[in-house]
Design a protein around this ligand. Sequence first.
Ligand code: ADP
Ligand code: ZN
Length: 595
Amino acid sequence: MKYFYKNLSIWLIIGLIGIVLINVFKKPPDDVIHVNYTDFLKRIEQGVIPDIKLEGNVITWTNSNGESFKTVSPENQAVIAPLLKSRVNIEVREPKKPHWFLQIFLSWVPFLLIIFLWFFFTKQGGEKGGGGKAMAFGKSRARLIDPQESKITFKDVAGVDEAKDELVEIVDFLKDPSRFSDAGARIPKGVLLYGEPGTGKTLLAKAIAGEAGVPFFSISGSNFVEMYVGIGASRVRDLFKEGKKKAPCIIFIDEIDAVGRHRSAGGGGGGNDEREQTLNQLLVEMDGFEGNEGVIIIAATNRQDILDPALLRPGRFDRQVMVPLPDVGGREHILKVHAKKIQVDIDVNWKIIAKGTPGFSGAELANMVNEAALMVARKGDGGKVTMDIIEKAKDKVMMGAERRSLIITDKEKKITAFHESGHALTAWMLPGADPVHKVTIIPRGKALGLTMQLPEEDKLSHSKSYLFNNLCILLGGRIAEEIAFGDITTGAGNDIDRVSDLARKMVCEWGMSEEIGTITFKAASPVPGNPGPIISEATALKIDGAVKNLVNSAYDTSKKILSDNRKILDAMTQALLDHETITTEDIKKIVKENS
Ligand code: ADP
Ligand code: ZN
């Protein structure tokens, strides 16, 4: 956008300078001799003026020597007729006009205003899809990465071996498309990579391009969806046109769900027609080229469940590859890939770190390694990344940066300490809950304090008792406040949100309540405006009742734990107030000393 404005202002300046120049040259040379009106009349009487030219009330003439003269006659002759008789010298002046430059400028104002307004609106329309050039309305806005520029290969992607295995074929095809077409083999036109954010989908797509040595077009699905109907569709057309020119190549569409959402799913007001048109165009383009032209579309999403089925039909994104969160081994691999770029102390054991980071995505691991390197760089003593520093970096990635500057009153601090102790103690006492790793009352991000639990191993599914424990732990914060102060604060807002969400899912999605039983009522798509599944009023009431029962029962469980262990709760709170952060070891000691 900036670039465009710069361009525009340059053109405007050039235009203005042009106008100025034209006018300077057009202006007649000012060597006309002014004569006042009385003199003029005298000369007429004397007969020295041959013929005159009248332009409005300006009279010009040239004498026999070729000199030019000029006078201005009064507009209202009747007024000065008596004056003329008195023989006073009368000089008539032209009425003052604004400076010629100002005139030109004024005549331009409406025009400039229109340009400005046009800009203003197109800019608004354009920005919605994430910054870009207003002029390039119908242009795809895809970023092109040349094969020479990008050095990313499969080596850089760790921990997703199955996905890689499925994608080697695509690399082979891109390297030598004719080999496949000669054999009459049909290669998928579209590959859909799906998985949680940060698992390396973009990275994989880039690696395919890097391995095959082909250009890589990258665009985000949200760039297609604009305020104006038709723009998205023309962008899609343009994208495919560009792609075909550069074939063999990869076109990568990130966040395909932004355009490819299920068409009946509705979607929060406006832009719906536009999205449908864009999606249709995408389908048309995908059908419109032969699989062997050497263009492969790779799309990524973390919501493959809400995609329009039409997108997934044969001939479109018919190859779907899941990119999962890495397991322990995968995490170790990813950590090592990223550790190559930094100075690491010999005592660092990546296996242990991988064990302590279940649920981390590749992006989070990369982020953690980078944070550790930054922390070392900030110290500036030329040291290396140690286990200690990585632990700090992990906290930062998991919980956000510490906000030590936030001013907190002692009373608030005490409430937070009780609140976090409530979470931690409930977690500690419930068998089967994830072990408490660390509790802190140092504010991080939006939270005033945090209780961190770390599962002992990667979990792929959760039992009802595990989820119920989570409800209890989440409620523990609020209950501790209540027990300690007899009053409650807004600090538990987020906890309560999560409790409600989890309990509803347990009832509606996982069939974990007696009242509802094993029937699901999950919303087809959590899109605003989507009516969701049809539920009778009686069932809706039953669902609400079941959710409430679940939460109430968790509340009672947690309250019993905290009341029964009041002494430990107080001791833990005191420890937090003294040290701000306590770990598993500290809690072990506190529990032992106070029970
Ligand atoms: P996604 O597209 O799935 O949201 P990205 O590919 O954008 O995730 O990942 C962001 C960054 O995280 C990558 O640039 C890379 O540094 C790191 N990363 C993610 N997954 C992996 C992985 N499997 N191996 C190595 N690095 C990874
Ligand atoms: Zn809480």
